[in-house]
Design a protein around this ligand. Structure first.
Ligand code: GLA
Length: 655
């Protein structure tokens, strides 16, 4: 179990370093991410490297028994670089430049930035590939975090090359993008520009490709650095830190290039429900690389400093969120950062060693968590998850394009489904429609708007093979180019569902997206939002009707049996209570149960490697009704009661 955080010794006089290492040992720290923003310190000018300080701190850390996750330090070029080569700076869609003086001011496709980054990464890798302290490589930092997309001339050149690779000839692009509309036909790839500021909405298929290109361009940069590390003889695992369900990057397409997945996670401690959002991110990270434990690379020991108001964590809350990550597949709990900065943009951001020193609650909790994590049994990566929830970045990009029947936040809806499942104490993996779904008792697929033929065939085969699928409104609408299929909607999954969608029936948006429709569900009812679709039934069974609105009396919720499998279709997007009611009904039919019963809402229960993790994410103490027939193996505190933000790990169930 890795334990530690970002360590930035370049911000401190060397006289502090011995104290750092003494305190790290006291806290049980065994890994630090070193040098993430040290480019300007390592390289004072082009060609001038100063590694003396890095040699000294690496040797000290090694002597102290602390491993290093060594950064390639390429995340923020120093001012000398953009002064000498202004073409490395990225631009926004209106052509404005992102200047140095903050961080991440580089265009990923700039040949000069890439050369400078390669020289830096190469010099670091050659010097330290065999250093015994180095156990992992941290490439760059949170790719795209601030610059979600670059629209510079460098980006334009690279985008055209990417399009040439994808389409071969310009007529294939014209066909894919539907450029016959609005006089957009291109005669040559050289005429294509990134989707910069335009008078009206930009071509949606082109925008989708630009998002794919942006994700691929950053991946290409990561690959460049990883190959430099390998060429220098660095055989340690290589990773970079993800940011949960971060919109600009399709992390699924990156996962194979990371030796292990690493995530940065900053749920708002003031939001009593943010632990559910964190659970979604943890499930997503686990699912990106099934069977390989991931690492929580950054979280805040206490408050962050970049929200409008930055609440401290409640006593124990930091540990509860850390143990949640472990329960959901993490083999490392790390923080930003080790020692609180005295100056700069993040001086108010909490740290493992607070500015107020070691007489603080934060420090005590850091030491206690280090001890508790070290006492956990060794765990396999196996987390029990009977349900798959579908999340697909490319679908998200397409759903959130403009000019649709109704605008909505795809991720928010997916998270609501996850929260509805989470409230029932059921664990879900987060999967893609192309993944092997056969092991899941239930697959929930919210708005599969963009669907390739291959994905559709995979989902249909899952149902035909005995699976239970729930698909909701705005699904099977376009192909990978964001084009309608010939012959209407639901053309690929219609046979599995036993219906075709005739019209999407957008519901008007009021200030809170709350214009709703009522759907009958047995004797009860639920509330639908955003869509009230008109369906043409073929051979589906109706299990719920619209009770009001334009489609009163029409089918809203259907099912169709396919051999031993069942496909449900919901012609609206329920609110969270509705999601819960629908999933509870489907889970009951498919035999999906939580690992233990009768837990309160704010207590989560997850089984990893056969062990039951029970975590209380509220200020209300909770006494489990029993020991669940299991022996307690580790806990935040002794006694029968799991106190506020307490947790307990129970051993394997007696078989
Ligand atoms: C991100 C970055 C860190 C730091 C933290 C806290 O995760 O990677 O460098 O800025 O946020 O704000």
């Amino acid at each position: 179990m890795y334990y530690g955080g970002d360590y930035n010794p370049e911000q401190w006089p060397e006289s502090v370093w011995d104290d750092d290492i003494r305190l790290m040992r006291a806290a049980g720290v065994n890994l630090v991410s070193l040098g993430v923003f040290a480019w300007a310190r390592i390289q004072r000018a082009e060609g001038e490297f100063d590694f003396g300080w890095l040699d000294r701190i690496l040797d000290k850390l090694h002597a102290g028994g602390i491993g290093v996750n060594l950064a390639t330090a390429t995340a923020s070029p120093p001012p000398w670089a953009s002064r000498a080569y202004p073409e490395i700076l990225p631009k926004d869609a209106s052509g404005a430049t992102y200047w140095h003086g903050s961080r991440q001011a580089y265009a990923p496709t700039s040949p000069v930035y890439r050369r400078l980054a390669a020289e830096l990464a190469g010099a670091i890798a050659e010097r330290y590939a065999c250093h015994p302290a180095v156990v992992m490589w941290h490439v760059n930092n949170e790719y795209g975090c601030h610059v979600h997309a670059d629209y510079s001339d460098n980006a334009a050149v690279a985008f055209r090359a990417w399009l040439r690779g994808r389409y071969g000839d310009i007529e294939a692009l014209n066909d894919a993008w539907g450029t016959a509309f609005w006089s957009q036909r291109y005669g040559d790839f050289e005429e294509v520009v990134p989707p910069r500021l335009t008078p009206s909405s930009v071509n949606p298929s082109g925008l989708l490709d630009f998002k794919r290109f942006t994700s691929d361009a950053l991946l290409d940069l990561y690959r460049m650095e990883k190959s430099i590390i390998r060429a220098a003889g660095g055989a340690q695992p290589v990773t970079t830190n993800f940011i949960g369900a971060f919109e600009p990057i399709d992390y699924r397409s990156w996962a194979a290039d990371l030796d292990l997945v690493a995530d940065d996670s900053y749920p708002d401690p003031a939001d009593a429900e943010s632990f559910r959002e964190a659970a979604f991110d943890r499930d997503l990270m686990r699912s990106l690389k099934p069977g390989v434990p991931w690492v929580l690379m950054e979280q805040a020991p206490d408050a962050v400093n970049w929200r409008a108001s930055n609440s401290p964590k409640a006593p124990g809350q930091m540990a509860a969120l850390s143990v949640q990550a472990v329960a959901r597949g993490a083999d490392g709990v790390m923080f930003f950062q080790w020692r609180q900065s005295r100056s700069g943009s993040e001086k108010f951001h909490s740290a493992m060693v607070p500015h107020a020193g070691t007489g603080t609650r934060t420090w005590r909790e850091i030491v206690e968590l280090g001890r508790n994590l070290a006492g956990l049994p060794r765990l396999s990566a196996e987390v029990d998850a009977p349900v798959a929830l579908i999340y697909d970045w490319q679908n998200r990009w397409a759903v959130e394009n403009s000019d649709h029947p109704v605008r909505f936040d795809y991720l928010a809806v997916v998270r609501q489904w996850h929260a509805a499942i989470h409230r029932q104490h059921v664990t879900a993996d987060i999967r893609h429609p192309d993944d092997d779904l056969s092991k899941y008792a239930v697959v929930i697929a919210p708005q599969l708007y963009l669907l390739t033929d291959a994905s559709a065939a995979n989902v249909a085969a899952y149902v035909a093979g005995g699976g239970t699928l729930l698909l909701s409104a705005f699904s099977d609408v376009v192909d990978e180019h964001d084009r309608f299929a010939a012959g209407g909607f639901t053309t690929r999954l219609g046979a599995t569902l036993g219906l075709r969608v005739r019209d999407f029936g957008a519901l008007p948006l009021d200030a809170h997206d709350r214009t709703t429709v009522t759907v009958s569900l047995g004797d009860a009812s639920m509330t639908g939002r955003l869509f009230a679709e008109e369906l043409d039934l073929i051979d589906a069974t109706v299990i719920g009707h619209f009770r009001d609105g334009r489609l009163q009396g029409h089918p809203a919720f259907t099912s169709r049996t396919n051999g031993s499998g069942t496909a449900y279709y919901l012609a609206t997007i329920p609110d969270e209570d509705g999601m819960r009611a629908v999933t509870a009904r489907i889970f009951a039919g498919a035999g999906v149960r939580p690992p233990v019963d009768r837990l309160p809402q704010h207590v989560e229960a997850v089984v990893r490697d056969g062990r039951l993790f029970v975590i209380n994410h509220s200020g209300q103490p909770f006494t489990p009704p029993s020991s669940f027939g299991r022996r307690p193996e580790a806990a935040s505190e002794a006694g029968d009661t799991i106190g506020a933000y307490g947790w307990r790990v129970f051993g394997r169930a007696a078989s």
